[in-house]
Design a protein around this ligand. Structure first.
Ligand code: NAD
Ligand code: UGA
Length: 431
């Protein structure tokens, strides 16, 4: 497994848990050293225990040396990052291609080279070209196997996937992949074999569709506010139609994270390059971008239209609960916009504060939600951590200068908040 990040580490540990023999390789020596010592580089529920168990059983190992790991492998998974390229939004494939070059040098016997990283259509062809050019003698096949896990629920998603997609043209590679995933298919997980290009596009199409679904309900939330309807009721009523489905219809401050923002951009670029523009996705990305700053305006409006010199408390900084990942978190745009307008910002997050400190300066980081509320003129819930779902509103209110609650995740009932003396606003629910 080349790359021991969210995907490489979780996939590697889960494959090891199935009894496969896995080596996770990463160029980041500190990460590998920490993993060897049993320290996780990311916060992901259940991961530490899984890594401990599989390493103790001898099924999972960590290394900075790609050569020996590849030489002994039947399959090599590329799970390195594919961030948005600066300037144009295309996926930056330099890490994938660098990994391919390194892998080429060490191939022995028939090896399946699997791109698990999210890569644009055609990247598999380039990986194949790179390896073939470096090693005309090598016996290998390049397969696409996109990963659909979510952060915060990664192990469960990996072990109980809605589907496994294998994009492979070579029958030997298909057989090898079927064997690798046998523990899951035995458990009834559907395995779908497609062409490599279809498989690459399935990943982007799925993420873009989910991003679009979220953006759609966010626009409906704005309309609900304008017409006096309740977006949670609307989402439920719409989602009960089985053709639509109720998931990913939670209105909020806009999607963030390491994937939807960059993957929608990359799909837009691929579609433009091929003369088949993805206009719905273009609009989704633009609407979502605007939404994050619109949430800051919502907070300002709740404060009477001016936050200069006011103290705003934010609960939740990670882009979603159960992760410490701050990549493209809505909190970043919200904090920056509030600070631009002269507000002082205090913040709390159960696990993401250390990462947040690297991105967000001039924020007072607090140890508990109640400390965070101290002296605040308004408190906004930005991430729906479970720890925020049953706060003592009376205690929170006592700590604050003004009782204003802006609930960007709709986790409180308006009447409860108002009963505790709060001026309460939320997303897409009657004011
Ligand atoms: P990450 O940044 O957490 O981890 C990538 C790792 O690869 C880093 O530790 C880096 O040091 C390492 N690396 C880079 N080049 C290397 C090389 N040549 N050899 C060895 N290691 C190398 O990234 P991630 O979040 O795990 O994402 C990886 C890929 O999976 C991306 O394409 C992403 O879009 C996709 N993906 C991510 C998720 C998710 O939830 N994070 C879910 C599905 C798919
Ligand atoms: C997402 C996809 O759900 C995974 O299937 C995919 O593998 C992954 O991207 C990827 O390609 O990396 P992830 O980004 O970890 O997973 O988290 P999600 O649960 O999808 O949430 C993404 C963002 O959408 C978060 O900011 C979340 O708050 C927001 N969201 C999600 C909503 O605002 N409303 C919803 O109903 C659902």
């Amino acid at each position: 497994m080349i790359g021991a990040g969210y995907v490489g580490l979780v996939s590697g540990a889960c494959f090891a848990d199935f009894g496969h023999s896995v080596v996770c390789v990463d160029t980041d020596a500190r990460k590998i050293e920490a993993l060897r010592a049993g320290r996780m580089p990311i916060y992901e529920p259940g991961l530490e225990e899984l890594v401990r168990r599989t390493t103790a059983a001898g099924d999972l190992a960590f290394s900075t040396e790609l050569g020996p790991a590849v030489a002994g492998a039947e399959a090599v998974f590329i799970a390195v990052g594919t961030p948005a390229r600066r300037g144009d939004g295309h996926a930056d494939l330099s890490y994938v291609y660098a990994a391919a070059r390194e892998i080429a040098a060490h191939l022995t016997g028939f090896t399946v080279v699997v791109t698990k990283s999210t890569v644009p259509v055609g990247a598999g062809d380039e990986v194949e070209r790179i390896i073939r050019a470096a090693r005309p003698d090598a016996d290998f096949a390049v397969v696409s196997n996109p990963e659909f896990l979510r952060e915060g629920a990664a192990i469960g998603d990996f072990k109980r996937p809605d589907r496994i997609v294998i994009g492979a043209d070579d029958p030997r590679a298909r057989d090898a992949m079927a064997l690798i995933y046998r523990p899951l298919t035995l458990n009834q997980a559907p395995l779908m074999v497609t062409s490599r290009r279809s498989s690459e596009l399935i990943k982007y199409a799925a993420n873009a569709f989910l991003a679009m679904k979220i953006t759609f309900i966010n626009e409906m939330a704005d309309l609900c506010e304008a017409v006096g309807a309740d977006v949670q009721e609307v989402a439920r009523g719409v989602g009960m139609d089985k053709r639509i489905g109720g998931k990913f219809l939670h209105a909020g401050p806009g999607y963030g994270g390491s994937c939807f923002p960059k993957d929608t951009l990359a799909l837009i670029k691929t579609a433009q390059d091929h003369g088949a523009p993805a206009r719905l996705v273009e609009t989704t990305a633009a609407v979502n971008d605007q939404r994050k700053r619109a949430m800051a305006r919502k907070i300002v409006k709740a404060c009477g239209g001016d936050v200069r010199g006011k103290t705003i408390a934010l609960l939740g900084l990670a882009f979603k609960p159960n992760t410490d990942d701050m990549r493209d978190a809505p909190s970043i745009a919200i904090v920056t916009a509030l600070q631009d307008q002269g507000a002082r910002v205090r913040a709390h997050d159960p696990v993401a504060m250390e990462h947040a400190k690297q991105t967000l300066a001039d924020v007072v980081y607090c140890e508990t939600p109640y400390r965070c509320a101290e002296g605040a003129d308004a408190l906004a819930i930005v991430t729906e951590w479970d720890a925020y779902r049953a706060l003592d509103l009376e205690r929170l209110g006592r700590a604050m200068r003004e009782r204003r609650l802006i609930d960007l995740r709709n986790i409180y009932r308006p009447h409860e908040a108002r009963a505790a003396g709060f001026a309460y606003s939320s997303v897409g629910r009657p004011g």
